[in-house]
Design a protein around this ligand. Structure first.
Ligand code: SF4
Length: 265
């Protein structure tokens, strides 16, 4: 019997190293809007190989959780995290110098936290690799137990968590944000301004301070919708300016590693 299991990272020209899961199985609180606007709909995410990799990652996580719980999955996640180390990692450790490129990993380029056990595995891995900077965006904040575990992840000094909100879920997102003061930041998926709820920006302004929310105007193929310009939103500069072009060279930092707004610390 052939077992098709394995965990694999992806690397993309915006964030660098990332871990992805299949959306259908893992995006347990996806909104209608994010299903429509999800970057996972883009051509480069839709090849058979990419879809297969995300599904295999998901199935492997479930298999390891079922056979050894969060601890077994965490062992395998830690091995995966180590693959994101910059090439000069060993030399830098021996000579006590900094690596040329940051050691960072975005959790879920595509996909989301689908269970408490899965989130607990990441919590163990994040604690086990304090030198790595982790960050993630999640819509899995509707179940209080899962939100509790994810808030532990977001409380780690080497991990920044963002509650991902849009027109459909901003009220629940702002409630979760307020329930864990100082723990979370918010990520707004902004679509065309004339389709936004008139209550969205006032609700954000009432509860959120500058520096606590990044706005991501919907974009595809180099085009983006007109960005909202309102306090306390900070627009993602990779989308709305030319400051951080996509980077395919392996020896140069990726836009998110240079911009750093979403990374911890
Ligand atoms: S704000 Fe900066 S770190 Fe965050 S997604 Fe945009 S480019 Fe990346």
């Amino acid at each position: 019997m052939v077992h098709d299991f394995g965990l694999e990272l992806t690397s993309n020209s915006k964030v660098g190293w990332a871990f992805s899961l299949s959306r259908q199985e893992s995006c347990v609180n996806a909104t209608d809007l994010c299903r429509r606007l999800c970057y996972g709909n883009g051509v480069r995410y839709q090849s058979d190989a990419q879809r297969h990799k995300r599904l295999r990652n998901y199935r492997t996580c479930e298999f390891l959780l079922g056979n050894g719980g969060p601890e077994l999955l965490a062992q395998n996640l830690v091995a995966l995290v180590d693959q994101a180390r910059p090439v000069d990692w060993l030399a830098a450790q021996i000579s006590s110098t900094a690596t040329k490129l940051p050691f960072s990993l975005r959790i879920h380029d595509v996909g989301d936290y689908f269970s408490c056990g899965y989130a607990q595995a990441w919590l163990i891995a994040i604690k086990d690799r304090p030198q790595c900077k982790f960050w993630f965006y999640t819509r899995s904040f509707l179940e209080p137990e899962l939100l509790e575990v994810l808030s532990e992840l977001a409380s780690e000094s080497n991990c920044q968590g963002f509650l991902s909100i849009d027109n459909d879920n901003f009220e629940q997102g702002l409630l979760a944000f307020a329930a864990y003061p100082g723990v979370w930041k918010l990520a707004l998926m902004q679509h065309e301004q004339d389709l936004l709820s008139p209550e969205l920006v006032p609700a954000i302004q009432e509860r959120v301070k500058q520096g606590e929310i990044i706005n991501f105007p919907y974009h595809r193929a180099g085009q983006h919708v007109k960005p909202l310009k309102a306090e306390p939103l900070t627009n993602c500069p990779q989308i709305t300016t030319n400051a951080y072009p996509l980077q395919t060279s392996r020896s140069l930092p990726k836009p998110c590693q240079s911009c750093n707004l979403c990374l911890p610390g």
